[in-house]
Ligand binder design. Sequence first.
Ligand SMILES: Cc1ncc(COP(=O)(O)O)c(C=O)c1O
Length: 387
Amino acid sequence: MGSKFKQAERLQKLPPYLFVRLEQLAAKKKAEGVKMIDFGIGDPDLPCPGEIVRAMKKAADVNGNQKYSSSQGEKDLRDAVAEYYRKRFNVKVNPDTEVCITIGSKEGIFNIAQAFVNDGEKIIAPSPGYPVYSGAASIFNNAVCDKVALEPENGWLLNMDDCPTDARLMYLNYPNNPTGATCDVKYLKGVSKWARRNKTILAYDNAYCEMTYDGYKAPSILETGKDAVEFGSFSKTFCMTGFRLGFAVGNEDLVAGLIKCKGQVDSGAPIFVQKAAIAALHMYTDDGDLKAAVRGNIDEFGERRKVLVEGLRELGYECEMPKGTFYVWFDCGKTSMEFTQEMIGRGVIVTPGTGFGETCEGYIRMAVTKPADQIQAALKRMGKKND
Ligand SMILES: Cc1ncc(COP(=O)(O)O)c(C=O)c1O
């Protein structure tokens, strides 16, 4: 049946959001009475630490916190973000010109392209990658999206020799969704140098910088200079996905463009949520480490990651132990969609790698958002490779 109101062409160009399609597949199974074990979406199941929630509740009671914020975000939170960069990355940032609070990092990731990319200009989106880079950020801005393949042989690191030198903007994300790959500051220095040489805006997505294990500490792109913009998120570190809060930090021209753009689209994140974020950033010690209430959650994801990786290896899958993110990424030995459908049939929801880029045929992502006993139960349901 034809729709009464036709969507704009740019919306029609957007592929359906992956998780919606998966939900439809799983709904059918649920209707048959099967209790699904869901490793699909990257939404932490563990609770946000109590002191953050309490700070938000207290702040919500105050009349002044129930009003509009500014598009740039509250001064006290911007100060706290600057302090976080000093403690955690030893980077000095100006909270008045180099920080903007965003409504989740997703909003900033989209709006940076809105603010800086003209029709027909090129955006580099690594493949696989977070779908917003090649989706809304590219399509809604009439940009030409150049999907550059990440290769397992290169540790899923973007090879700059594969990138077009005439791009306006490049997205990059380590620790990486979906592969779990990580990088060091030396690699980032090379990327920054490349971006400077080619006058490409570097939009670095550091949403998972604290979700790391086995002694690995993720760097910031700002450790390589201030020509880039970095997106941070409260979502994964503090299990605050539903609070919708993130930040953009870096080059003041890029931050100013983002603020101008946001001024037309939103009026900033709710003030009481920003107050909760200040409490969250107070959970860093002076050495830039996280206090136990937060570290405990991250360590729990780290333990589950081990249970899943070891279990998958026992089932016959070759699988890396990721040092970052809460995703496990592996080659399933058949097409991603075939495997996903088969697993949904067995009561386990996984995400097909092709949802993150066509170059990832055969790969699967599982988010360790379920406790170890449910991971064990899911492994039993999955059965041995090719069974
Ligand atoms: C790589 C990456 N960047 C950004 C985001 C957006 O996070 P948020 O908008 O909740 O800060 C996500 C969410 O899953 C992600 O995986």
